[in-house]
Ligand binder design. Structure first.
Ligand SMILES: [Zn+2]
Length: 130
Protein backbone atom coordinates (compact mmCIF):
# COMPACT_ATOMS: atom_id res chain seq x y z
CA UNK A 1 0.00 0.00 0.00
CA UNK A 2 1.34 3.40 -0.97
CA UNK A 3 1.67 5.78 1.92
CA UNK A 4 0.08 9.17 1.75
CA UNK A 5 2.34 11.78 3.27
CA UNK A 6 1.25 15.38 3.68
CA UNK A 7 2.50 18.23 5.79
CA UNK A 8 0.37 19.34 8.74
CA UNK A 9 -0.43 22.48 6.76
CA UNK A 10 -1.78 20.42 3.87
CA UNK A 11 -3.86 18.27 6.23
CA UNK A 12 -5.33 21.40 7.80
CA UNK A 13 -6.43 22.53 4.38
CA UNK A 14 -7.89 19.16 3.37
CA UNK A 15 -9.72 18.26 6.60
CA UNK A 16 -12.40 20.10 8.53
CA UNK A 17 -11.27 21.36 11.92
CA UNK A 18 -13.17 18.55 13.66
CA UNK A 19 -11.63 15.90 11.40
CA UNK A 20 -8.22 17.43 11.85
CA UNK A 21 -8.56 17.38 15.64
CA UNK A 22 -9.22 13.65 15.62
CA UNK A 23 -7.04 12.41 12.78
CA UNK A 24 -4.00 14.60 13.30
CA UNK A 25 -4.51 15.65 16.92
CA UNK A 26 -5.41 12.25 18.45
CA UNK A 27 -8.72 13.72 19.55
CA UNK A 28 -11.91 11.85 20.38
CA UNK A 29 -15.34 12.97 19.25
CA UNK A 30 -18.12 13.21 21.82
CA UNK A 31 -19.94 9.87 22.13
CA UNK A 32 -23.33 9.43 20.46
CA UNK A 33 -22.64 12.33 18.09
CA UNK A 34 -21.71 10.38 14.95
CA UNK A 35 -24.36 9.97 12.29
CA UNK A 36 -22.57 6.76 11.28
CA UNK A 37 -23.89 5.11 14.44
CA UNK A 38 -27.19 4.71 12.60
CA UNK A 39 -25.63 3.63 9.33
CA UNK A 40 -27.04 0.18 8.52
CA UNK A 41 -26.54 -0.06 4.77
CA UNK A 42 -24.15 -2.46 3.09
CA UNK A 43 -20.85 -0.92 2.13
CA UNK A 44 -17.44 0.11 3.33
CA UNK A 45 -16.18 2.59 5.86
CA UNK A 46 -13.23 4.52 4.47
CA UNK A 47 -10.67 6.79 6.05
CA UNK A 48 -12.05 10.30 5.53
CA UNK A 49 -8.55 11.65 5.00
CA UNK A 50 -7.20 9.27 2.36
CA UNK A 51 -9.99 6.89 1.23
CA UNK A 52 -8.29 3.77 2.59
CA UNK A 53 -10.92 1.01 3.01
CA UNK A 54 -10.92 0.27 6.72
CA UNK A 55 -14.04 -1.64 7.74
CA UNK A 56 -16.90 -3.35 5.98
CA UNK A 57 -20.50 -2.92 7.10
CA UNK A 58 -20.57 -6.62 8.03
CA UNK A 59 -18.05 -5.96 10.79
CA UNK A 60 -20.11 -3.17 12.37
CA UNK A 61 -21.93 -3.94 15.59
CA UNK A 62 -23.88 -2.11 18.27
CA UNK A 63 -21.44 -1.71 21.15
CA UNK A 64 -23.44 0.83 23.14
CA UNK A 65 -20.33 2.95 23.68
CA UNK A 66 -21.51 5.79 21.45
CA UNK A 67 -18.82 5.33 18.82
CA UNK A 68 -19.06 3.32 15.61
CA UNK A 69 -17.68 -0.11 16.51
CA UNK A 70 -16.33 -2.94 14.41
CA UNK A 71 -15.16 -6.44 15.21
CA UNK A 72 -12.61 -6.70 12.45
CA UNK A 73 -10.60 -4.70 9.97
CA UNK A 74 -11.52 -5.11 6.33
CA UNK A 75 -8.02 -6.00 5.36
CA UNK A 76 -5.57 -6.83 8.12
CA UNK A 77 -3.09 -4.32 6.73
CA UNK A 78 -5.45 -1.35 6.64
CA UNK A 79 -4.69 -0.09 10.13
CA UNK A 80 -1.73 0.07 12.46
CA UNK A 81 -2.14 -0.74 16.13
CA UNK A 82 -0.02 1.16 18.61
CA UNK A 83 0.37 0.84 22.33
CA UNK A 84 -2.01 2.86 24.44
CA UNK A 85 -1.17 4.02 27.91
CA UNK A 86 -4.56 3.26 29.45
CA UNK A 87 -4.95 -0.19 27.92
CA UNK A 88 -5.99 -1.33 24.48
CA UNK A 89 -4.38 -0.02 21.34
CA UNK A 90 -4.25 3.18 19.36
CA UNK A 91 -5.71 2.56 15.91
CA UNK A 92 -4.35 4.57 13.00
CA UNK A 93 -4.75 4.43 9.27
CA UNK A 94 -1.86 2.65 7.65
CA UNK A 95 -2.01 4.75 4.52
CA UNK A 96 -2.04 8.27 5.92
CA UNK A 97 -1.12 7.69 9.55
CA UNK A 98 -4.28 9.44 10.77
CA UNK A 99 -5.61 8.60 14.23
CA UNK A 100 -8.90 6.70 13.99
CA UNK A 101 -9.74 5.48 17.46
CA UNK A 102 -8.91 2.65 19.80
CA UNK A 103 -9.02 -1.14 19.83
CA UNK A 104 -9.86 -3.31 22.81
CA UNK A 105 -9.75 -7.04 23.34
CA UNK A 106 -13.36 -7.52 24.40
CA UNK A 107 -15.01 -7.81 21.00
CA UNK A 108 -17.94 -10.14 20.36
CA UNK A 109 -16.26 -12.27 17.70
CA UNK A 110 -14.24 -15.18 18.97
CA UNK A 111 -12.19 -15.20 15.76
CA UNK A 112 -10.81 -11.71 16.29
CA UNK A 113 -11.73 -10.90 19.90
CA UNK A 114 -11.34 -7.25 18.97
CA UNK A 115 -13.53 -4.23 19.39
CA UNK A 116 -12.48 -1.34 17.19
CA UNK A 117 -13.95 1.80 18.68
CA UNK A 118 -13.65 4.37 15.92
CA UNK A 119 -14.40 8.08 15.71
CA UNK A 120 -17.19 8.63 13.19
CA UNK A 121 -15.59 11.85 11.96
CA UNK A 122 -12.55 9.86 10.84
CA UNK A 123 -14.74 7.69 8.61
CA UNK A 124 -16.80 8.14 5.52
CA UNK A 125 -19.33 5.59 4.40
CA UNK A 126 -19.45 4.30 0.86
CA UNK A 127 -22.63 2.43 0.03
CA UNK A 128 -22.39 -0.60 -2.22
CA UNK A 129 -25.79 0.15 -3.74
CA UNK A 130 -24.77 3.34 -5.47
ZN1 LIG B 1 -6.10 7.36 6.02
Amino acid sequence: MGKLVKSEKEWKKKLSSVEYGVLRGQGTERPFTSRLLEEKRTGDFLCVACGNKLFSSEAKFESGTGWPSFDKVKDGGAVVLGVREHGGHEVSCKKCGGHLGHAFSDGPLISTGKRYCINGVALKFSSKNK
